[in-house]
Every structure is written in structure tokens, then in C-alpha cells.
Design a protein around this ligand. Sequence first.
Ligand SMILES: Cc1cc2nc3c(=O)[nH]c(=O)nc-3n(C[C@H](O)[C@H](O)[C@H](O)COP(=O)(O)O)c2cc1C
Length: 154
Amino acid sequence: MKKVAVIVGSLRRDSINKKFAKALAHLAKDRLHFDIVDLSDVPLYNDDLWETVPESIWELKRRISEADGVLFVSPEYNRSFTPVLKNAIDWGTCPHGKNVFSNKPGAVVGTSPGAIGSAVGQSQLRTVLASIHVVTMGQPEVTFLGRRICSMST
Ligand SMILES: Cc1cc2nc3c(=O)[nH]c(=O)nc-3n(C[C@H](O)[C@H](O)[C@H](O)COP(=O)(O)O)c2cc1C
């Protein structure tokens, strides 16, 4: 069975994008193995960290390298995709010449509560993916207006 590494651009415990990714994994389970990569221990990109590379970076790079394709799932933040996702992409493309994303097939989906359900964020992500040699599926475009259940203490 082909393996798809799934990178979710939210660290939030109750993330609707994590739930979306898990639902897609469930729907595809007879045809694809979805490997949802945990980004919670991935530090902010810093060249100095190559002196003693954190295990979480090797793990991220290994899981993308081993995958047959990558699914990017992200909410929209201020009309872009999230810094969590950009950070994972930046680690994956470094050091120079060791880009684990190069020539991987990729697909982009996402959900946000705003009226356009992450469409602008996805568009920006597609521009970045082209520059790092991900072969991105043009269609289908999946923009999903997700609803959050808010609980906030005052
Ligand atoms: C800094 C920030 C900026 C946001 N900007 C947008 C936006 O431009 N468009 C939108 O639809 N939602 C925006 N949101 C709402 C998020 O998409 C929403 O919180 C979403 O549930 C986050 O995804 P998650 O549930 O997977 O964590 C923003 C949220 C944050 C924290």
C-alpha cells in the first residue's frame, strides 16, 4: 500500500485540521496508508541547530523521505498558511541539496472557519510547494468551512 505523509499546520489539541486529516485517513484506509507526522517537538528553524540536530528533525525528514507522497493540511492564518507548516517545510528542504520534498507528489487541503475556508492560505502554499519541487495536484481544490466549538474561560 502506498504511504502518504500528512503534515498538519496546527499544533492545537482540538485542531479541526487534525480532525479533517484523520477523517481523510479513515476514508482512504483501504487504498492508502496515512502517516500523520507530529510537529509538536519541531523547533523553529535555526541554522545553528545543524551542529546538534534534534531527533525530531531526523524523524520529520525520515518520514517524508519514506513516503510516496505528501498531504498538506492547514488552516488559514492572516490569509496565508501557518508558521508551523512553513517551519516544517523549511527544515525539510535543508541543508542545501538534501530537500526531502523534491519530486514528491503532493496535495493540499485545509479548513478554516472564515467564509473562504482556507482558500488563500492554500494558494500561497501552492506557490511555495512549486519552488521546492513538490509535484502538486492542481485538482481537486478542497476548501472546507470548518466550525469550531469554542470554550473560553474569562
Ligand atoms: C493568527 C490567526 C490568524 C487567523 N487568520 C485567519 C484567516 O485569515 N482566515 C480564516 O479563515 N481563519 C483565520 N484564523 C482562524 C483559524 O483558521 C481557526 O482558528 C482554525 O480553527 C485554526 O485551525 P485548527 O482548528 O486546525 O487549529 C486565524 C487564526 C489565528 C490564530
